[in-house]
Design a protein around this ligand. Sequence first.
Ligand code: ZN
Ligand code: MN
Length: 491
Amino acid sequence: MSEYVVSVGMEVHAELMTESKMFCRCPVAFGGMPNTRTCPVCLGLPGTLPVPNEAAVEMVIKTALALNCTVPEDSVFHRKNYFYPDLPKGFQVSQYGDTNPIGYDGWLEIPTSDGGTKRIKIRRVHLEEDTGKLMHLPGGGSGVDYNRAGVPLMEIVTEFPPDIESPDEAREYMVQLRAILIYLGVCDGKLEQGSMRCEPNISVRKEGSETYGTKTELKNLNSFKSVQLGISYELERQSEVLEAGGVVRQETRGWNEQTLSSYLMRIKESEAEYRYFPCPDLIPMHFDVARISRIRATLPELPLAKQLRYENVFGLSHYDAGILVSEQYWGDFFEKCVELGADPKLACNWMNGDFARLLNENGQVGMVDGDGVEDRPASKVRPAHIVELIGLIEDGKISGKMAKQVFEDCFGTGKMPSNVVEEQGLSVINDSGAIETAAQEILDANPGQVEQFKGGKESLIGFFVGQVMKKTEGRADPQTVQAVLRDLLNR
Ligand code: ZN
Ligand code: MN
């Protein structure tokens, strides 16, 4: 079978983390009783007038700038007209045109397997409103929940021809985009709850062919893994259709998480005619240059840039650096440790190792300061704890094994490592006299083994070292113990 290559265009919808909806003052939240967060405006009742949410507009400008887009000075809202029960007004307020959206002509970088980066061009970033949700009722029939109707929604679309050329790149695009949105504080990025939704359009063609194949759109991808698996599946399915002499139809397909396959949702006969026109109820937006540069100045260092900096400046692996930048507060924690003098690699090892494990087990998050994130409280362990712990090991005051114990204690109580060491009388026995006493006791208690050792069974040294370590409760340095034992045995 000749080789087929895949091209993927990404359309991502992200719900913005504003307090209230796009054109009314109804609160934005997840879940709750249906239709409890609605009003005449978001229900589209006659005579109501929308008032745009300024915070939502700023969030889209911020995202557009972070995605290297051009932000025009003038931008308007359009009506996208279509009839569907989840859309109470009969139209969705959205943005139309090439240079009208709040952002256009940008790009996002994804890491590549060779350690470099690849640019994925972004065609547009626009602002619109979310629709309601249709639900099947237990007793039969359907109902509509308008709690989500009118929630500010940002749409981010990649450029054509597509830069994304594999399922892995598609996944990486989503990983990076989600991290950026979270860093910017504009979307919580919950794929499984649908606050960030992606609809890739996928086409295949024979390698070397200039013409793109017919694309299918894939829905219901609610994890990074589904994005990757769904696109792989379509690549294979479409290749098989073409190889058998068939034609790929332009259709919308759904991803089934259970069967790991896609199924037909609907065939797209032709592009729907939405009759876009500027919304007469909303005045055109004008952004002056000073405002845009003020927003630009608030942009944080983005996750991929930070990850590469950790790799280059601190010598961390791509994997470790990736974990550190996965959440902004986790990266802040790491940088504070380094700022307080910790060796970056050691700090990273403690953080991504024992600390991360304990945080997971206890449902907590590690933060420089603050109360926590959502329902996860902040750990009592702060950067100073990690820094001091590393210092105690480096100074030979405690062994690495003891440090793990000390750290668990710090985690539970919030005490500083030096206090734990002092209170529990922990410390490495550096005094060779004390080690010698313990070693002599062990040799005296095991005359048979001493005999065998002297008769040439050298491997018994391990047994003696183990016994001395046990006697000193792991507080002696094994190297010193071995040296002392050999000395005694050779006398
Ligand atoms: Zn409302
Ligand atoms: Mn849309």
